[in-house]
Structure formats: C-alpha cells, structure tokens
Ligand binder design. Structure first.
Ligand code: PNW
Length: 499
C-alpha cells in the first residue's frame, strides 16, 4: 500500500509535496493518434514562422507511447508527485462533452492507474493552453462567454472520469501568460494581435481583457462543479485541511483545486521611497492580476487605473459566485524577477525595469530571453503573497533553461551545473520563507520532468531535469535530476517527522 499523505493526523503538520511537472502538448506527441482532435497549438505550430524552425508538438517526447517508461524514470528518481495536464481534445475531439473519445479515456485511465500503482500522486491541470480548435473556430475561444460553460462542462466530465484516482486539480494554467501572448502579442496560440502584418488580426485592445475575464469566470465555474462532485460524502465546504482529511477513506475522496498563476517579482531598483512604491505597483499589477479577483472579487486597482473601461467588470452576482467558490491554494509558477523604477516621464504607473541592480549587480541570464536568475526574489514573493492573501501556497512550477544547452554536446548538457545551482538557490529561498517567514508553503514542483516542446521556442530551449534526445527520444538524467532526487524522497521523511 502507498503511504497516503492525506492520512496525516490532523494534529501533525501538513505534508510537504515534492514533485515535477509536464503539460500534455509539450510532451505527449501522438497528435493525430488515438482519436485526438486538433487544438489551437496544433494549428498555430503548423503555421509558417510561428515557432522556432517550425517545430510542432506532433511527436514531442512521445509520452503518449512512452509513459510506462517515464513512470519507471520517476520511480527511479524517488518522485512521489507528478503534475501533468489532460489534452482536452484527446478526451473531447471537438471540445464539447457530447462527443467523448473512448481511446482518450483509456489512455488517461491507464496512466492514472499506473501512477497510483507506482505510488505517484497525479496532480492534474485541466487546461494547459491546448484549446480545442473547434471552440476557437466556433466563437473565438477565450474572448467569448460561451467558453465559461464549455470549460466547466469539460471540467465536470474530467472530475467524473478521473476523480476516483485524481485528488489534486488545477483549472487553468497561467491565464496571465496565455491571454496576453495569445490575444495581444500574438506570439502564442491562437496568435491574435492587432497588427495584420505580424499576426492573425484581432482587436488587441479588448481581446486580452476579455480572455482574462472569461478565465476567471471559467475557473470559478469549474471550482463550483468540483465542490458539487467531490466532498459529497462529507457534506461540508472543502478546504485544504478539512475536507481532504475528513473525507479520506470515504468512497468519494476529498480533493483540492486551484488555478496556476505565473508570478514574477518586481524588486525596487534603489531603496528610495519612489522606487519602492513603483515596484509595489508593478508587483500588484502583474502578481495580483488573477489572485485579486479570486480572493477579493475584483481586478487589482493598478490594472483598473491603467486600463479603465477596457477591463470588463464583474457583476455583483459574478463576484459573489467567484468568492463563494474559493480555491484551496495558490498554485505559484515562478521563474524570474527584475528591478523596477519609476519612468523618468513620470506618470505614476509608467514604470521601467532592468536586470541590473542600482549597485551594478547583473542578474545572470538563462537561455530564455525573459528568464533571469534572481533566487532571493522567490522568498520576497512568497512573503508578499502570504501577507496579501494568507492562503496556502504550492509552487507548481520553478525551473530554468540553461545557457547554450540547445547546441552543446549531450554530455555537457547532462552536467547542468547552471540548473542545479538555480534549483539549490531557489529551493533554499523557498524553505527559508516557510521556516523563517511563516509562509504556509505546502509543496514544490520542478519544471520540467523532461526536455519538451517549449511553445514558440520549440525544441530550442530545454527546461528538463531529464535530457531528451529528440531523434531517438531516449531520456538521460541531468545532474540536476540526480540532486533533486535526494530531495524528492524527503517528502516522506519530512511529513513523517512532522517537520
Ligand atoms: C510556463 N514568462 O510558461 C508554462 O506553464 C510552461 O508550459 C513552460 O514550459 C514554462 O513556464 C517555461 O517557459 C511561462 O515570460 C512562459 O515570464 C513565459 C513566462 C513564464 C512562464
């Protein structure tokens, strides 16, 4: 029998979940197999010039056929928690729940059964950016209110299909990434922006905001469906502590659910009051974008000040619905930070950022242009989230692309000192936040288990703790995986010791 982390007596400290993560379109491949329907990322990646060298997720890591091997890999690393996403169009090829694909169900059934048999807890993201193309074609996807109902129906179906084996769920992965990149800059699927010469035409001034608005409502609708389906037997509102613990052993297991949010850290460029205020404004503008609606029922003031009437406002009924369906934890995806100061031209919200501190320290750059190594930022961010929302936090992604990995010989890539050192520094800041700052940190997932399809960057950026040879599809441990593996196993020790 597997040790059940939920069976920890209420009096002892909560377990700490350690694991690693992937997402369906980035690893599964088998895009046209098993009855899977097309998603917006299939369409987008096949358009000329949208991804690095025209890379697509057609084959990716071929996880669809190699998952048994990958479970063995996870076992060998002592991994106890694995975050993955469902491919919506593998289950429902045209996006609507009337049309269930039995082969898709069989695939995830086999996977979840095998994970449970291996004592690896699945943490499942419902939506990691692969919207059914049919819903994009029919009404424009996230810009239309119909997505709220379609997403909730899909979520409900997934809870019904897999809720007996999956306790931990995520609704949407990083709307703060997929809305602006998909509907404003056009660099991610569905590739909409206002500049016809660069993108599929869209109205960039309203579409990203409509996307964000519907993302909040869709999340709340999915949480509502989740509460009705789960925890039936305990007859009480779910919370991270109460429901799961009390429902353990009942026929309907308690579950937990939340949205994942990508949140960086804005550090003041100097200690001046002006820069400190500028950094705080920037932090709320980006970091509270979705968490303020979820925990407080409205967009952060800093966004309203910038966008005014462009921001759709929540009706009183919507606000109540959102607040009546709270999530169980903040699922934080954190990679980077920067320094912020007030722009010289000085309208109060116009800020500038830099990666060099006022005393000249340059943050080391990863392989991805947006990613700078700023480990202390994680500790600051965790404290900020804790003070602002007071909610439990799980770090559901943290990781790095190491410079030059795309072109180095494999043996050098395996010796990934840059990534290993990144993890060591970030993890030590996370544990300091938990131990010394009173942050209610419940878990940590390294991104990613495998090198994979890094969206518009295709296979040119490697975030894996495991190297994937994209010709042979063989997997090899990187040094960072070996180091993390000694820590992954400690999840058990930590909870047993109540530390
Ligand atoms: C996340 N940024 O995306 C995604 O959830 C993963 O699928 C992805 O592979 C991973 O991070 C690495 O990129 C992000 O620009 C994309 O700050 C961009 C940013 C952050 C996260």
């Amino acid at each position: 029998a597997c040790p059940n982390p939920l069976a920890v007596p209420a009096a002892s400290k909560a377990p700490f979940f350690l694991g690693s993560a992937t997402a369906a379109y980035q690893v599964e491949g088998a895009a046209a197999e098993g009855g899977r329907g097309p998603s917006i990322w299939d369409t987008f990646s096949h358009l000329p010039g949208k991804t690095h060298e025209g890379d697509t997720g057609d084959r990716a890591d071929d996880f669809y056929h190699r998952w048994a091997n990958d479970i063995a890999l996870m076992r060998s690393l002592g991994l106890r928690n694995f975050r993955l996403s469902l491919s919506w169009t593998r289950l429902f090829p045209n996006g609507t729940v009337g049309d269930l694909n039995p082969e898709g169900v069989a695939f995830y059934d086999g996977l979840f059964d095998a994970l449970r048999a291996a004592c690896i807890e699945p943490w499942v993201t419902l939506y990691h950016w692969d919207l059914p193309q049919a819903l994009q074609d029919e009404y424009g996807g996230w810009v239309d209110e119909r997505i709220v109902e379609d997403f909730a129906a899909y979520a409900q179906a997934a809870f019904d299909l897999f809720g007996d084996r999956v306790k931990y769920w995520f609704t949407l992965n990083e709307p703060e990434t997929f809305c602006p990149l998909g509907y404003e800059t056009g660099t991610f699927a569905p590739g909409r922006c206002s500049d016809r010469t660069r993108c599929l035409e869209g109205n960039s001034s309203t579409e990203p905001h409509l996307c964000a608005y519907h993302a909040v409502l869709a999340h709340a609708a999915a949480v509502s469906a989740f509460r009705q389906g789960f925890c039936r037997s305990c007859g009480q509102a779910c919370s991270l502590e109460a429901c799961s613990l009390e429902c353990a052993g009942e026929s309907v297991p308690g579950g937990q659910i939340g949205m994942t949010n990508a949140i960086g850290w804005a550090a003041p460029y100097t200690g001046s009051a002006e820069d400190v205020a500028a950094a705080e404004r920037q932090q709320s503008f980006t970091g509270a974008w979705f968490l303020d609606p979820l925990y407080r029922g409205d967009w952060p003031a800093e966004r309203k000040a910038v966008y005014g009437d462009l921001l759709p406002s929540f009706t009183p009924e919507q606000r109540r619905f959102i607040l009546d369906n709270p999530q169980d934890f903040i699922a934080l995806q954190h990679y980077t930070g920067n320094y912020v100061y007030q722009n010289a031209t000085n309208p109060p919200l116009l800020l500038s950022s830099t990666t060099k501190s006022s005393d000249g320290y340059q943050l080391p750059q990863a392989d991805s242009p947006w990613l700078f190594v700023f480990p202390k930022a994680l500790r600051s961010l965790l404290g900020w989230l804790h003070r602002r929302y007071g909610a439990p936090i799980i770090i559901t992604e943290n990781g790095v692309s190491a410079p030059g990995e795309a072109s180095k010989p494999v043996l050098e890539v395996l010796c990934d000192q840059f990534r290993l050192s990144y993890f060591q520094q970030y993890i030590s800041n996370a544990t300091a936040a938990k131990r010394d700052d009173g942050v209610d940190l419940r878990g940590y997932f390294a991104w990613s288990l495998l090198d994979n399809f890094e969206w518009a960057d295709g296979y040119s950026k490697r975030f894996g703790i495991t190297y994937v040879d994209f010709d042979s599809l063989a997997r090899y441990y990187k040094a960072s995986a070996m180091w993390l593996s000694s820590w992954f196993g400690m999840g058990a020790v930590t909870s047993a010791a109540g530390a």
